[in-house]
Every structure is written in C-alpha cells, then in structure tokens.
Ligand binder design. Structure first.
Ligand code: FES
Length: 151
C-alpha cells in the first residue's frame, strides 16, 4: 500500500471498500503508525494494531459482542478492547450487591482509535492524536516511548 498511500488534509486512502470488506482485517502503516482496519457487521473501525497491555497482535484476536459493545479480544492475555472507542472492559463482581453478580466495568480508553470515512467506494483513515497520551502509544515506535516518559 506504500505507493498508493495518499494524504489529503490528514486523510489517508487505505483501500477500496470492497477490498477491505473482503479482507475483513487490513494492516496499514500511516504516518509511521501501525494501524489495523477492521470491517465488522457493516461498519469500519481503525485502531492501533498493538495491544496497549503488552503489544499483542490485535489482528489475530477474536471479535465478540460484550455488554452491547463490539470488542476485539487480544490473543495474548485476552484483554477486551472496544473497537469504536478503544475502551478496555473487564468483568468483576461487586461485593456490595446482594446477591453479588459479575458485571462488566470499563478501565477507560486504553487503545487509540482512528476515524474511518468512505467516499464513492474509497476508504480513508484520519489518525487521531486526541486525547493526549493513550497507553497503546507506547507500542508505536520511539515517539510513543518518549511521550510515555513525559506522562
Ligand atoms: Fe494484549 Fe496482554 S498484550 S492482553
């Protein structure tokens, strides 16, 4: 894709819609950042490709619906990451509830997600650098490691 990559006002052409749907999961390097583009149940998602926890390869993770959210399960330690916003979910039991019942909780946004748009069958990704530091930045080269040291 390197030769075909185009950047227009931060938009990177990442492929034709039909091609990306067929691939289901596509890997692109944009602005030096490794991005995973996923087509799931009619929607496109883009997120940092290495898990925020310890750099697991998210492209090999299963996708499940968890508490009404579409999540990828990291193959390394099974952390659950929402595709839409990078939130990490975990299940726990609140001992103050009677009877105690397990439910899903959020750790907050841990994985950086990016904006995907489609125009006339062409799909574009615009990288998001907001909010500031997100834990998955650590696995995006030297720049991420420097930013983490400042946080
Ligand atoms: Fe993803 Fe540990 S590296 S859960």
């Amino acid at each position: 894709m390197d030769g075909e990559e185009q950047a227009t006002e931060g938009l990177h052409f990442v492929g034709k819609k039909d091609q990306l749907i067929e691939e289901k999961r596509s890997f692109r390097t944009l602005e030096g950042r490794d991005i995973l583009i996923i087509h799931q149940q009619g929607a496109f998602y883009a997120l940092d490709s290495y898990c925020y926890h310890a750099g697991g390869a998210l492209q090999n993770g299963d996708i499940e619906d968890i508490d009404g959210k579409t999540c990828i399960i990291c193959p390394k330690h099974k952390y659950k990451i929402c595709l839409a916003n990078g939130e990490s979910l975990y299940k726990a039991t609140d001992p103050t509830q009677d009877p105690p019942a397990p439910r899903w909780y959020s750790k907050g946004v841990k994985q950086r997600t990016h904006m995907v748009t489609e125009t006339n069958g062409d799909v574009y990704v615009k990288l998001s650098y907001n909010p500031g530091w997100v834990e998955s930045d650590f696995y995006q080269g030297e720049k991420g490691k420097v930013e983490r040291a400042k946080a």
